[in-house]
Unconditional design. Structure first.
Length: 321
């Protein structure tokens, strides 16, 4: 068989694993807000939160790779691992950590709403797939629902473009690239190993950056608790489920589960940030869930034929675990 075919069971498992990863990631923005504080009451710096969590997760990764006797990546896997690291170890955490001191979680959800489309677009290009117009239509409807909700529900955060919005857009672009390349690598090696190697590749840079920006004053326990969550959950365990889901169900399809992330973030923000969950939020969330399942049934074309042996090898290997 020359191409890996995603079965209905693979897709179902991929969607559930993707949803688990998204649920873990959904706490990232509220926890980041708790850790970095607000402009009038700053806590940890964005640089320390982003790089410090990468260092902690890299230490856990080293132990995990040793315990599982992981093989070293092959020569042609180092560049995709580097791109994955630049996207999800450096770009996304650093840009969001800096931005979240200046915007509320509700405002940030406007930008997060574009992440599923961005991931699907990068994944389609990377895997040379041709999603149908029905797929893009449902993805567009879901993203429009997310953005419409955020715009009409922003409250005191305001809707005007802020300097932090540019950082959030860069963060979404970095995440899309990191997700797509990480999902592709998860078809060549165990999904858990992808994030571990990406973190270890970045350690020579993340460690000195974290040390240089370490807190010099006493931080509240809530800030350290938030730091621990984004280090162990957002930066490590969440990717175990997320990359496995992308490998099983395909990046283009499973990426649409991210449409749920803004609403889950809002739900988690109720106890953490004091925001209120009302009926319109529930109704919009139900509508978004409907677009995810509708998009799941829309056809996604197979990878185009190619003379690239590495791509053919990638498709033929299928799941590594």
């Amino acid at each position: 068989m020359s191409h890996h075919t995603t079965t209905a069971n693979d897709l179902r498992r991929g969607l559930w694993l993707g949803a688990l990863g998204v649920a873990i990631f959904a706490l990232t923005l509220p926890m980041t807000r708790l850790a970095v504080g607000q402009p009038d009451a700053p806590l940890m710096s964005g640089q320390f939160l982003a790089m410090g969590r990468a260092v902690v997760a890299a230490g856990l990764s080293a132990l995990y790779l040793l315990a599982t006797r992981a093989r070293w990546p092959q020569r042609d896997q180092w560049l995709p691992l580097l791109l994955t690291s630049l996207g999800v170890v450096f770009g996304f955490p650093l840009f969001t950590s800096i931005a979240m001191r200046h915007v509320e979680a509700m405002h940030a959800s406007v930008i997060v709403g574009v992440l599923p489309l961005a991931t699907a677009a990068v994944g389609a290009v990377l895997h040379r797939q041709r999603p149908s117009w029905q797929f893009w239509a449902w993805a567009g409807v879901g993203s429009a629902l997310v953005v419409t909700f955020a715009l009409t529900h922003a409250g005191g955060s305001g809707l005007g473009l802020q300097a932090a919005d540019g950082l959030l857009l860069l963060a979404m672009a970095c995440a899309a690239v990191g997700y797509a390349y990480g999902g592709r690598l998860s078809r060549q090696m165990p999904a858990e190993h992808v994030i571990c190697w990406a973190l270890l590749i970045g350690l020579p840079l993340s460690a000195p950056l974290a040390w240089d920006s370490r807190p010099t004053s006493t931080m509240p326990l809530s800030a350290w608790g938030a730091f621990a969550y984004v280090a162990v959950g957002s930066m490590w365990l969440g990717f175990f489920a997320w990359y496995r889901g992308l490998a099983l169900g395909g990046t283009v399809r499973v990426s649409q589960v991210q449409l749920l992330q803004p609403f889950l973030s809002m739900l988690f923000a109720v106890p953490l940030l004091g925001e209120q969950l009302d009926l319109p939020t529930v109704l919009f969330a139900c509508a978004v869930v409907a677009t995810v399942f509708a998009g799941r049934k829309a056809p996604v074309g197979s990878p185009a034929k190619t003379d690239n042996p590495s791509l053919t090898s990638l498709n033929s290997k299928g799941n590594a675990s």
